[in-house]
Write a protein that binds this ligand. Sequence first.
Ligand code: CAO
Length: 538
Amino acid sequence: MAIEKVIVPDIGDYKDVNVIGVNVKVGDNVNAEDSLITLETDKAVIEVPSPFSGVVKEINIDSGCKVSEGSLILSLNTISSASNADLKSDKNYLSPPNSVLSELKSIKKTQNMVNFAIPDIGDYKDVNVIEVNAKVGDSVNVEDSLITLETDKASIEIPAPQSGIIAELKIKVGDKVSSGDPFLVLQIPSNSKHDVPLSKNEPQQQKYLNETISNNNMQLNQEEKISYIKKIGVQNSKNVYASPAVRRLASTLCIDLTSVNPTGRKGRITKEDCKKYVKESIKLIQSNNKNTNLDFLPEPKIDFTKFGEVQFKSLSRINIVSAKNLARNWIKIPHVTFHDQADITDLETFRKSKKSLAEKLGIKLTILSFLIKVTAFLLKEYPQLNSSLSHDGKSLIIKKYFNIGFAVDTAKGLLVPVVKNADKKSILEIAKEIIGLSRKSRAGTLSSTDIQGGTFSISSLGSLGTNSFTPIINMPEVAIIGISKSTIKPIWNGKEFLPRVMLPISLSADHRVVDGALASKFLTRYCSVLGDIKEILL
Ligand code: CAO
């Protein structure tokens, strides 16, 4: 048994470096290469490994103190000095691993050189670089356009993320790039207030987040990703046991390492621990976002019995579920509702003339079957209204099938069964399906496929009354039509007033997807086709 003193090895030109972690305590059994202390310079975190195996006898430094090469760290009772002799004979035994030294040297050399990657450009991959608007040596200001990318849909300017002098441009015209690809090294003036350490490079965070999300089949929109970064963006990772590689990963992901549950040897945090922490944080945000981030006042809790007699009535499961869906849809979708009236005089004449024919087939031919058919017909003309917004809000998913849902009022609540492929069905077939699906809705026998796959909805209150109303969009659809009660109105034909059957129609559209002009065109066309139903035969 011998007592060996362990000192701070050659750590380059650094002096008075902060000790941010003492990873062992008196009495610990350590093996050669186990990390003893963690140092932090302004550019890197360095683990100092033990040169010997042994038992810690005395520790001479503490977290928070400053050390330089040669400072005494601790004394070890070596188990077998013979077995350590080999290590001592290696003249490098007091130095950090070569990888750490070379990293330190390269950091010194590249001081004020900051690497930048292509920022988040959405789901696009391998996008063509069509222009490079700057060259090495150019002095650029933050937000100056550096390169232009071209996707099949749009061209994207990539601006300078900071002011500085271009030291290296890693791409040229004709290259293909994706988010996170390195593209620029900027020399930043040392007095720049905008110095951003590479470790906090947002594209890296975005890239890793995107990978984590897709590897785990998670769906997180841009807003949720940002709230993730904000939520865990606290850098307080001192006094934890983690290798430089893990610290780098944690720094890239803005992880507070003190919050991470270590599963490695001797309480060491591993990369897997960090990844697990990210996944859990994302899940937490998703469940928090099930509520909203809006700063609502708490709902008032009132004892109504103080004011008079009340009766409690339990809500059905359908009531409870649709209340949640409707509340989410109303809050999350910016609805704009447009109102118009269709002259359905001719349509009603035609429908009534065919009612007895339909009845012979056991079918009740109501106006709703015509509305479903016309909707499917016009969605082909206006595909944007037959779409959904992607989760990241950056693209539209336009559906090439036309499945029209219709609201059914049942004793247990509102249900929306779906007439699939309405564009391919005759009006009689649709009418028959409406009867079947309405019956199943009211009997509570709808299957899950009966209510899935809708691309657009209709809510008809025509048999009940009302002049107009605001139908709530059925997320992830982007528009809905509400039908009110038709009435006979005097309509001016240029010469005289004529009694016409007018059907009030309300179109609610998601303003993120459908702007006012498009909604107006669609609704005007809708009324016009109902006015001359023969058009759908063309
Ligand atoms: N204007 C005037 N009368 C109308 C009408 C309209 N727009 N639509 C229907 N009617 C009247 C007609 O008299 C019609 O009978 P005829 O066809 O013989 O003339 C009768 O109502 C047909 O009503 P119906 O209910 O049997 O059939 P439908 O196809 O019109 O509607 C259904 C079916 C399932 C949509 C309906 O029963 C229903 O549940 N509607 C309520 C939907 C709802 O609650 N929406 C609100 C959602 S938001 O809370």
